[in-house]
Structure formats: C-alpha cells, structure tokens
Design a protein around this ligand. Structure first.
Ligand code: GDP
Ligand code: IMO
Ligand code: MG
Length: 433
C-alpha cells in the first residue's frame, strides 16, 4: 500500500511540480490534500511548460488519475479554466480527474474579502495570493462553508448563500466597499455546475480502496512547511496544513499508510509575500539569484525574495515533516557564484540556536551565522550522475547533509524531467538515472 507524500520544506516554490512529475510516472493516483489555486506548480516536459494551480501535477502522465481531496478549497471557475487549459494543451483530463464531494468551494465573495482584508492590514499585510484561500478555510471552520455536494441541490445551495451572504454584505458596507448581488453569485457558481458534477466522488473511499488494492498513491503538497498554519511563521502563512499531517485530514487516510515523505528543498531559499526571512539577501546578489533562478511567482508573477540556504529552518521542517527522502532542487542556479553561504545556526541574544524558534513572528533580534563554501563555477545542467558533479558541488551537498542530518536522494540541475540525478536505490520510487 504505497502512499508517498511530496511536501515543500521551505516557503513554497521549491520545485514540487517537477518532483511530483518524475515520481508519478508509475503512480495510479495523484491527490492534492490542501491549499487551492494559490499554488503554482511548474512542470517542463521536452521544452513544454505547464503550470498547474489546482489539478495535481501528476495529470501530465496520461495513465494516472488525479484527485482533488476534501482538504482542498476549490474555486469552481479556476477549476473549469484549468481543465480547459489542459485540454487546449492536448491533455485528456475529464475522464481522469476526480473531485471530492466534500471539498469546500471558494465563493466569489471569498476572493473579494481576501482583497479587502489585505488592504485593511496595511503594513501588516500577509501578501496573500488574493485567491480567497484563507476566507474559504475560515468559513469551513466556522461551519458557514459551501461544499461541492451542495451543487447537487439548488435549494440547499441558494439557502446557504442567502443565509451567510448578509453577514458579508454588512461587513463590506461597514468598510465602505461595494456590496454585490446574491443572485449574481448564485448564477455565477451554478452556471459551472454541469461541468463539475460528473467529477464528484467520495474521495475518502476511493483513496482507501486504491490503497487496499495495493495501488500507488502520491499525495501532492502545495505551499511548504514554513507556510503551514500551525507550524509556519504565523501569521505570515497560508491557511492550511501543507505538512504531512494534512494528508490524513485532507484525504481521509490513516497515518500508518504513509510509507515515504519526500521533502523538496531548494539549494537556496525564497519567499513570496511578507514575513520573517532570516537569510534574505535584500541586495544586488539577491537580485542576481532571482534572475538566474527565474524567481517570479508562478501564480501571481510577483518577484520572490531570495536568500541563502537556512539549516535552522530546514531542521524544523525535517522534524515536522518526518521526511524520509530529500530532493535538492535548482543547484544549477548557483553555478556562477564564487562563494556560497549557508546559515548553520542563529544567534539570539548571543545564544546559539540550531532549531527554528517555535512561534517566531519576526526576525528581530535574530542574527544568522554563515559558513562559506567555494563555488564550482561550471554549468551543472548537463550532469546526470553524482560522478558528473564537480568536487565543490559535491562538497556543498555533503556539507548540507551533515548540517541538517538528512540525505539528498534526488538532485535537480535544471527544470526538465531529465535534468535530475537519482542517488536513491529505493525500489518504491522505481527510477532509473
Ligand atoms: P513548486 O510550486 O514547488 O512546484 O515550484 P514552482 O513551479 O513555483 O517554481 C519552481 C521553478 O523552478 C519552476 O519554474 C521550475 O520549472 C523551476 N525548476 C525546478 N527545478 C529546477 C532546477 O533544478 N533548476 C532550475 N534552473 N529550475 C528548476
Ligand atoms: P506553491 O504550491 C509560495 C504564500 C503567499 C502569502 C501566503 C498566504 O506554488 O509552492 P494565501 O493566498 O495562501 O492566503 O497566501 O502564502 N503562498 C505561497 N508562496 N508558493 C505557494 O504555493 C504559495 N501559496 C501561498 O505568497 O505569503
Ligand atoms: Mg509554486
């Protein structure tokens, strides 16, 4: 019953799309368990680029099925648009895509509210993607949510919209924002119903039956552990649990089913939006890394903040994630550097700190301590095996492994599927170099 989880270990955009793509070649089903269309997962196959926001990245392997699990919040318009985008790209998706009937909907008013709340936060804004994610999750937990299965019953759907709509209308009026027509909201969402209803399933029973039948299931994390609402740099986080605990609640599987947790991490760090980032390079070098790495958001196009690899943050993610295998991504982005720095620990009030302080809301009073490594100054993009790597690149990887106490089983040296070094002999992944 192989259930393999793929999870980001930093603040998202680690290269999960690529890892899911190469690990899902023999999967029976790939399932998203949290988040929504705030994600942007890029897959490049033979020069063709596809960015997936809501549909699991495994969909590009035509033999897989894809599930959007109950823990995901689904913007119905974004879902229909993404299906059409894939169809235009020649990917047959409708017969292979399933959506849990208990997944919650992102309603048009959630998007509006997300924008309004961000504007009101002023200097304390989170820098959300503006997709209404937090507002949809807030309604879910407050028990005001509209679920996929409500699309089967117009009276129930309309009743839900009409019951909770006045609450939002009042809020908007209070802050001098435009209100909206309830009928227009109902019509907008209801008009997508015929495209969505055929996709709905009992996702929990589906996944558990697959596991019982010995099928290979991949759980695709969005965002990353440092953006987790419980374990990330709160309040500068997303509103779900990207960490593997979210797999159990977001798909309805018991924790004993999880056989591997593949952590995805970049050879440096990035973050989009606000919040503490101890190793940030807010300078020319940071801009240079951004340019080399193409570090612009796959969802919003925003420039990603760039900085050095942070072992302190990484130790935290390894601890939370129960990571069994690591994928080190974008090593080639560091090709041109004379020197590369790695944050080995922090100094907080003069004391050495090796584990991310739980509850860290700001970077105030925290000083990163770096170890400097010699750059390799050669292009890595053609490397296909460990032996192809220059000595300095091997030294960098081995030092990271020692500093964080975990092995890098996959090393990525370019965006394409083929630009990957497989060091893992694990049969479960069934991979060849
Ligand atoms: P995700 O959200 O974790 O799936 O990551 P994104 O797709 O948002 O961002 C990762 C970006 O890096 C994408 O543009 C990928 O095509 C690209 N990428 C992935 N792996 C590598 C790599 O090893 N080297 C380089 N240069 N780019 C990579
Ligand atoms: P993938 O899956 C990077 C960030 C936003 C913001 C915070 C909250 O591509 O790695 P939200 O819209 O979720 O309420 O925003 O989380 N964020 C991401 N950053 N990659 C992502 O997804 C992200 N999804 C959300 O920038 O700081
Ligand atoms: Mg992304």
């Amino acid at each position: 019953m192989p259930l393999v989880v793929i999870v980001g270990c930093q603040w998202g955009d680690e290269g999960k799309g690529k890892v899911i793509d190469f690990l899902s070649h023999d999967a029976d089903i790939v399932a998203r368990y949290q988040g929504g269309n705030n994600a942007g997962h890029t897959v490049i196959v033979e020069g063709r680029k596809v960015v997936l926001h809501l549909i699991p990245s495994g969909v590009l392997h035509e033999t897989n099925r894809s599930l959007i699990g109950n823990g995901v919040v689904v913007d119905p318009q974004a879902l229909v648009d993404e299906i059409k985008m894939l169809e235009t790209a020649g990917v047959n998706v409708r017969e292979r895509l399933l959506v849990s009937e208990t997944a919650h909907l992102i309603m048009p008013y959630h998007r509006k509210l997300d924008h309004m709340m961000e504007a009101r936060r002023g200097d304390n804004k989170i820098g959300t993607t503006g997709r209404g994610i937090g507002c949809a999750y807030a309604d879910k937990v407050a028990r005001h949510g509209v679920r996929m299965l409500d699309l089967r019953d117009k009276d129930r759907f309309v009743r839900k919209v009409r019951t909770f709509s006045p609450y939002y209308q009042n809020l908007f009026e209070h802050y001098g924002e435009n209100t909206w027509s309830e009928d227009a909201v109902v019509d907008e969402v209801w008009s997508l119903r015929d495209e969505i209803l055929p996709l709905l399933v009992d996702g929990v029973t589906l996944i558990n039956n697959e596991l019982k039948a010995g099928k290979k299931v991949l759980a695709e994390g969005a965002q990353g552990i440092l953006l987790d609402v419980d374990f990330g740099t709160y309040p500068f986080v997303t509103s779900s649990n990207p960490s593997p605990g979210g797999v159990c609640t977001g798909l309805g599987v018991g924790p004993c089913h999880i056989q591997r947790v593949v952590g995805v991490v970049k050879a440096y760090s990035t973050r989009v939006g606000s919040g503490p980032f101890i190793t940030e390079l807010d300078n020319e070098l940071g801009e240079q890394i951004r340019a080399w790495g193409g570090e612009f958001g796959a969802t919003t196009g925003r420039a990603r903040r760039c900085g050095w690899f942070d072992c302190v943050a990484m130790r935290w993610s390894l601890q939370i994630g129960g990571i069994t295998n690591l994928a080190l991504m974008k090593l080639d982005v560091l090709d041109n550097l004379d020197e590369i720095q790695v944050c080995t620990h922090y100094l907080v009030d003069g004391k050495k700190v090796e584990m991310l302080p739980s509850g860290m809301e700001t970077g105030e009073g925290i000083e990163p301590v770096y170890k400097t490594f010699k750059g390799w100054k050669k292009p890595l993009t053609g490397a296909r095996s460990w032996d192809d790597l220059p000595g300095e690149a091997k030294d960098y990887i081995l030092a990271l492994e020692e500093l964080i106490g975990a092995r890098m089983d996959f090393i990525s040296v370019g965006p394409d599927r083929k630009q990957t070094i497989f060091r893992s002999g694990d049969d479960l992944f069934n991979l060849k170099a």
